[in-house]
Design a protein around this ligand. Structure first.
Ligand code: ZN
Length: 423
């Protein structure tokens, strides 16, 4: 028996895969898109359809936040906002030690609500304490949860890989029908041994398990890999009592190091990717790895500006991520799109509004391996929609797709979840 078709009609539809449609509509049935077109055409095609008129709004594919740590949502306000990367890790860890497992789970539930409210439908989540899984599975959001592995001790590599494999097995059997996939996240090139990086990459490649890693984020990371000096050696390693093995400094860039260890060959999702040169970006492009651009976190932690034009010219798959509320003011990934727009404009590399919309939707879906289901409004894909109220625009602007896109890019408009009455 056919279920009823729902027709969402709106002042504009931005399919991302096609030009904007004025007075457009999306027809959905059983949670999937069955048609996209003008409202007039779709009303004629689906005369019995249940119409949800969104009025002066634009409809978009739901957004994708490719890099989060939802367990840290309640860290907002407990970590100073003016510290560089390495110094920032101290209050972060200190505050985490005061939190219980239940606190992390409550924080993750709160994070899920923030994601939803900002029109997000999928997420790339790093899970450190095991507590963001239940909230995300229950949320109905799509995405990947990456279990985090952290130890620079090569002697622990086999044990940690086993722990990661077992965790994934447990989650898969606990949540077999979930919209969430499970993967691994070796923390960074400087907090994980070469042995563990190599072993995780090999296993993830062989088993087709998603892998993400923070990489080429801070200048301190590049310095440490170059010659084992700088704040990571002096503060982090000394503070944690980690021995400085000679192989901690391979003498090459973070991306060259990950390439050498086989991590890039696993087509990882690289978080940040700021401290890179043309050679590094070429390595990423050759490996067909994706990069989650987290501009607001990068600026706050004084990590620098992503060389956006270099990435674009190399054709690297780019997504956007907010990172956690310990280093970012919101989990609304569109705020990162607005920030990226202003940030790259400062050096004449202004992304177009269309580029930004693509990054926040299809780019993220692709980075999470979900572009066959999400990221554009096309028949067959999930009816996972976001919308934007145009009420703040003049009547003339509301009637011009370019003006709507420009207002999105400069932050005058912000995507949100569909109104509750329409679900
Ligand atoms: Zn992160």
């Amino acid at each position: 028996m056919r279920t009823q078709v729902t027709l969402y009609t709106a002042r504009y539809v931005f399919p991302v895969s096609a030009a904007p449609i004025a007075n457009g509509a999306v027809a959905a049935e059983d949670g999937r898109i069955v048609a996209v077109g003008t409202a007039a055409d779709l009303r004629e095609r689906f005369p019995g359809g249940h119409v949800v008129d969104l009025g002066a709004r634009a409809l978009l594919p739901g957004l994708v936040n490719a890099h989060t740590h939802l367990e840290l949502t309640h860290h907002a306000g407990h970590v100073p906002e003016d510290l560089p990367f390495v110094e920032w890790t101290y209050p972060l860890v200190r505050y985490s030690r005061t939190r219980s497992p239940e606190d992390f789970e409550r924080a993750a539930y709160a994070g899920v609500e923030l994601l939803r409210a900002s029109g997000t439908v999928a997420v790339g989540e790093i899970c450190t304490f095991g507590r963001s899984v239940r909230p995300l599975v229950a949320s109905g959001l799509y995405g990947t949860i990456y279990y985090e592995l952290l130890s620079p001790d090569p002697a622990r590599a086999a044990e940690l890989l086993r722990e990661g494999q077992q965790q994934i097995e447990r989650w898969r059997s606990e949540y077999p029908q979930s919209r969430i996939r499970f993967g691994l996240s070796p923390h960074t090139p400087f907090t994980v041994s070469a042995e563990l990086l190599r072993a995780v990459a090999e296993w993830c490649s062989a088993e087709d398990v998603p892998l993400t890693i923070h990489a080429a984020e801070s200048p301190a990371e590049s310095q440490f890999l170059r010659d084992a000096t700088g704040p990571i050696a002096d503060l982090m390693y000394a503070g944690a009592g980690w021995p400085l093995h000679p192989e901690r400094a391979p003498g090459i860039s973070p991306m060259a190091y990950l390439d050498e260890l086989g991590v890039l060959a696993s087509r990882p999702l690289l978080a940040h990717g700021i401290q890179v040169d043309a050679d590094d970006v070429a390595r990423i492009a050759r490996a067909d790895a994706a990069v989650a651009h987290c501009p607001r976190s990068n600026t706050r932690l004084r990590c620098g500006r992503m060389p956006y034009a270099l990435y674009r010219a190399a054709g690297v798959r780019l997504a956007l991520g907010s990172d956690s509320l310990a280093s970012s003011p919101s989990l609304a990934v569109w705020d990162d799109a607005v920030d990226a727009h202003a940030l790259h404009a400062q050096v004449g590399e202004t992304p177009t509004s269309t580029d930004l919309l693509r990054l926040a939707t299809l780019g993220g879906a692709d980075a999470l391996g979900l572009s066959d289901q999400l990221g554009t409004l096309e028949p067959g894909k999930r009816a996972a929609l976001a919308c934007v109220s145009l009420a703040a625009l003049s009547a003339a602007e509301q009637n011009d797709a370019e003006s709507v896109l420009a207002a999105l890019a400069d932050g005058r408009l912000a995507p949100e979840a569909l109104p509750a009455t329409s679900s």
